[in-house]
Design a protein around this ligand. Structure first.
Ligand code: TYM
Length: 339
């Protein structure tokens, strides 16, 4: 079992990242330890330059994100935690895979369409080839499992297509170069939505801070954001079918179920019939209770910049070593002469 996943170090770690992905990373870390497996988690700083960014802020945002991941339970002694920029094999493998990825495949990526919008001519080449770098990120380590939220499923399918085509085109049938990775998407909370709009996902790039709960928000802020969350005037239904056509209500109930390690049905069995006037304070308290130890740990960790840099340096050295054999095999399979 080889678990690999990444997160962009832009903006705050928010509840969507936490429930959709990071909580699963921590669970996989325990599972891998029990099975003799290995986990690699990284800050996707090379991905962050695919859109306009502030160079002065990127380094600090990278350190913010390391502190946040450790505060959530990623243990750098058990998992390899690093940033892509210190492991050149990611960018190298991306170039080698650019020969295998097809323009048509990338043109179909919904994130490319969403992020480029109407301005495709003005979007960076990096934004277009971003999913090939993401494929390189996981194929480089022969990942078997990739814990992500629902929005990354299509990128993972592309990574499998690239691996399959490369193996077919350049490897003997009994000696594939790449393992086909499986996405791991949580059953509840695969897609946490904005608190202001139940049809948009909770995101770091939403200009309104009220749309998301950051893992660094204090208890009062969390309670206030939940109180102000958009809802409808109806009381909560008694079963999941009653949430159809009520995206904001469905989102809040889904968040409650995920954070309480429960199910939507169980939450509705308890709270069905209540109005939001009663449900929102209960949800706010639950979130504040769950997140406040994380935010306290984050503040401690973030204060020690040298310790964070040391975590990244050590993780990168381990990652470089693990990446080398697959990178070599890829060069060899393509017939490239390297002295
Ligand atoms: P990023 O940085 O946008 O998000 C990190 C993780 O959080 C999940 N996520 C969500 N889950 C549920 N609800 C939401 N509202 C929500 N918002 C974000 C994402 O699915 C993701 O798992 N391209 C990736 C980073 C990446 C990567 C990789 C991931 C680069 N290389 C290789 C896996 C494997 C991204 O931008 O995630």
């Amino acid at each position: 079992m080889r678990v690999v996943s990444g997160i962009q170090p832009t903006g705050n770690l928010h509840l969507g990242n936490y429930l959709g992905a990071i909580r699963n990373w921590v669970a996989m870390q325990d599972e891998a330890a029990a099975n003799g497996g290995q986990c690699l988690f990284f800050l996707a700083d090379l991905h962050a330059i695919s859109q306009p960014h502030d160079p002065a802020a990127l380094g600090e945002a990278t350190r913010d994100m390391v502190a946040a991941l450790v505060a959530c339970g990623i243990d750098p002694a058990r998992s390899i935690l690093f940033n892509q920029a210190q492991v050149p094999a990611h960018a190298e493998l991306q170039w080698l895979l650019n020969g295998t990825a097809r323009m048509g495949w990338l043109n179909r990526m919904t994130q490319w369409k969403d992020k480029a919008g109407k301005n495709r001519e003005g979007a960076s080449v990096a934004l277009f080839t971003y999913p090939v770098l993401q494929a390189a990120d996981v194929l480089l380590y022969q990942a078997t499992h990739v814990p992500v939220g629902e929005d990354q499923k299509q990128h993972l399918e592309l990574a499998r297509d690239i691996a399959q085509k490369f193996n077919n085109d350049f490897a003997a049938p009994d000696a594939p170069v790449f393992t086909l990775p499986d996405p791991l998407i949580p059953p509840e909370a695969a897609r946490i939505m904005s608190l202001r709009d139940g049809s948009a996902k909770m995101s770091k790039s939403d200009p309104s801070d009220m749309s998301r709960i950051n893992l660094t928000d204090d208890a009062d802020t969390i309670i206030q954001k939940v109180r102000k969350a958009k809802t409808d005037p109806e009381p909560l239904p008694v079963d999941a079918a009653g949430l159809d056509g009520r995206p904001e209500a469905a989102n809040l109930v889904g968040i409650y179920a995920a954070i309480a390690d429960s199910s939507v049905a169980a939450v509705l069995a308890e709270h069905g019939g209540s109005g939001f006037g009663a449900f929102k304070p209960a949800l706010g308290e639950l979130l504040a209770h769950h997140l406040s130890p994380i935010s306290a740990r984050y503040c401690d960790l973030r204060a020690d910049r040298e310790a964070l840099d040391a975590i990244l340096a050590r993780g990168a050295a381990q990652a470089r070593e693990l990446a080398a054999p697959t990178l070599d095999a890829t060069y060899r399979a393509l017939g490239l002469v390297r002295g």
